[in-house]
Design a binder for this molecule. Structure first.
Ligand code: ADP
Length: 379
């Protein structure tokens, strides 16, 4: 087992595309870090650098503390699992598992021991004499995992291993992978474009965009304390509502959040209170999660809004709302309400925001205010 360190890694492909910009990340021994981000953000490039299939243009890559910049793939002791299982179709499951060990000239008793161990761990013992075509998608994925596992790698690299499976199987195999990695304690980088998969599997999640690391943190921290507007909008489904606002002082020394023609009182906590004068000069972006929007119990409370659409999902209703008096194009906010609540298009209603759950982002996209950590309840 081993730690992994990315130190100031740049990757510029021949032809000039820079895929990775100054990437820095320390992954602990036995840790599972999920790399997540939209297509093209550089996730696979980082995995290929670790596997030794690409070389960094700048920076140092370490596995177990040792620089691997000059080390060929076969000397890195990493195992990669891809979405297309890459099993040998003419070989049985047993032969598929044995093959990587035979390539290393291990004695046959040792090979047998390793294969039984992996088969047991992955519930493949009853399937050892089948061919890949006689297996389900989930079973094939388990064989691919087993083949990586028997080599006893110090690092596991997984590149979207579940993307060929249907939604239900994905959830099941995801849980199995999580359990397996916990039991074996092998340091793992797990690449996915699916934020839900990253959030359920990762000890920590590294969010990337445009070849740059945006934030790395445990799932709950990412959700509750996003470092910037990209992370805020990427993590969570439906995503955080983001809309333009300004901060203005009130006559009695308080602050208002201005949403076009409507205002909400806001009380900054001492952690950020001294900054408001600088912020009132700037166009800001506010963010609030759909579960923190509610219908007002009292007519006069909250903001005036109009129903643009309603999605009835059974256990909840996603209500799409236009806030009155915001500059065109008026952003549509999504509220998540429990159960089925019938609404009509263009219906007018009053919407309250859990104001202490609000996030504020500056013109550069960086977080200024992170919910309850930086806001007090309005007296
Ligand atoms: P992801 O895995 O997040 O989808 P990639 O790491 O595959 O992203 O790609 C990152 C960027 O590098 C993209 O702009 C992609 O077009 C570019 N890229 C990837 N591989 C190559 C290559 N072999 N040659 C040139 N550009 C590449």
């Amino acid at each position: 087992m081993a730690s992994i360190d990315f130190e100031h890694i740049d990757k510029i492909y021949p032809g000039g595309t820079q895929a990775i910009f100054d990437y820095n990340l320390a992954v602990g021994d036995g840790e599972l870090v999920a790399f997540v981000g939209p297509s093209g953000c550089g996730k696979s490039t980082l995995l290929r650098l670790l596997a030794g299939l690409e070389t960094a243009s700048h920076g140092t890559l370490r596995i177990g503390g040792q620089s691997v910049n000059a080390l060929p793939p076969q000397q890195r002791n990493v195992a990669m699992v891809f979405q297309d299982y890459a099993l040998y179709p003419h070989m049985t499951v047993r032969r598929n598992l044995e093959f990587p060990l035979q390539m290393r000239d291990l004695p046959s008793t040792e090979i047998e021991r390793q294969v039984s161990w992996a088969a047991e761990l992955l519930s493949l013992s009853a399937l050892l004499d089948r061919l890949p075509k006689q297996l389900s998608g989930g079973q094939r994925q388990r064989v691919a995992m087993g083949r990586a596992l028997v080599r006893q790698p110090s690092v596991f690299l997984m590149d979207e291993p579940l993307s060929n499976l249907d939604a239900r199987l994905r959830v099941q195999i995801r849980a199995e992978i999580g359990e397996l990695l916990e039991r074996t304690g092998i340091t793992t980088i797990y690449v996915t474009h699916d934020q839900a998969e990253a959030m359920t599997l990762g000890d920590r999640v590294a969010v990337m965009d445009g070849g740059r690391l945006q934030q790395v943190a445990p799932p709950r921290t990412l959700y509750e304390r996003p470092a910037n507007v990209f992370v805020a909008g990427f993590i969570g489904n439906p995503p955080m509502n983001l809309f333009p606002v300004r901060l203005t002082p009130t006559a009695n020394g308080g602050l208002n959040l201005d949403l076009g023609a409507q205002r909400l009182p806001l009380t900054l906590a001492s952690s950020v209170a001294e900054h408001w004068r600088a912020w009132q000069e700037m166009p800001l972006t506010a963010g609030i999660r759909p579960e923190h929007l509610h219908l007002a119990a009292v007519e006069a409370d909250g903001l005036s809004a109009k129903v643009a659409d309603a999605e009835y999902l059974g256990h909840e209703t996603l209500l799409h709302l236009q806030i009155d008096g915001m500059a065109a194009p008026a952003p549509v906010l999504v509220a998540r309400l429990p159960g089925i609540r019938p609404f009509e298009k263009n219906q007018l209603l009053r919407l309250t925001l859990e104001i202490t759950q609000l996030h504020l982002f500056g013109p550069d996209g960086l977080t200024l205010v992170n919910g309850a950590a930086d806001l007090n309840a309005v007296p």
